[in-house]
Design a protein around this ligand. Sequence first.
Ligand code: ADP
Ligand code: MG
Length: 300
Amino acid sequence: MKKDFDLNTPDVTDLTHSFQNACKNKEFKDFVYGLNIKEETLMKYTSSLEDAFLECQNCKKCNSLSSCKNSMPGFVYTPIAKEKVITFSYDACPKKQQELSDNAYKKNLDLLEMPQDIKNASFKDIYKDDKNRVPIIKYFKEFMDNYNNEEKPKGIYLNGSFGSGKTYLIASLFNEMAKKGVKSVLVYYPEFLRNLKANFQSDYNEKFDYVRKVPLLLLDDIGAENCSNWSRDEILGPLLQYRMENHLPTFFTSNLTLEELEKNLSTTTSGVDNVKARRIVERIKQLTVPYELVSKNRRE
Ligand code: ADP
Ligand code: MG
């Protein structure tokens, strides 16, 4: 019987030919036969198998993820047998898998109104040239050792000059804690306040509650905000009160000393209230151990 000519199905002899041609390369042959797929199926996918083989060869010669030669860096085009067909998928290579699992802890670290690169702050990269950091780093070690005690250790109030590395230091501690599974939030306080105020009608309660309850909190750059009665008495006061009562370690960075902060908090657009400002500073003192970081400006 005469067979219909089918434009879509390449001739079997063509398939065999190109497959056998490709198999002249011994390594390719070992690669495809190592897949445990029937030859008649393999033959239909010569071109894709060659792509997969090339990527697999690239992986064998790989030095680092950054020099990956595969079409999707970090991923390898991989054949998967399904009865009489083969499907191909881009799978993370072992180095990429390692990178993904190394970074998984970063989900424990949340940034509100802060630059993303602070997520990479780590103990091992802390500047070692500056002795002023030593007592703070010592305290961090103590903090980590004591974190699981019934009474949680206090946070720190880190006062110092602009660009001295205050935020970086605390972020490096939070990063180490994240690796141990402890969640933290770093908040750029002046912007957080502006945002809370702007979203007063919508997600205000949710956001406030989230920051109030997180296991580790950094209020970054406190004292740089425009202080109002609302921010002092409705936000900061209750936030600190809650964290004090629940023994939740709280950290602060500021360009101001606690005395300067108290002065700053006492004067709002509505007038002067020394008592309320003192009460806030008393809470900060209860929550923290004070440290000073005087160092050169690293932003220059
Ligand atoms: P501050 O909060 O005191 O104003 P930052 O923590 O923002 O200062 O640090 C200023 C700059 O220096 C940032 O770009 C930060 O990434 C970098 N930096 C600060 N301390 C370190 C450090 N110990 N190791 C590496 N980079 C640092
Ligand atoms: Mg800072």
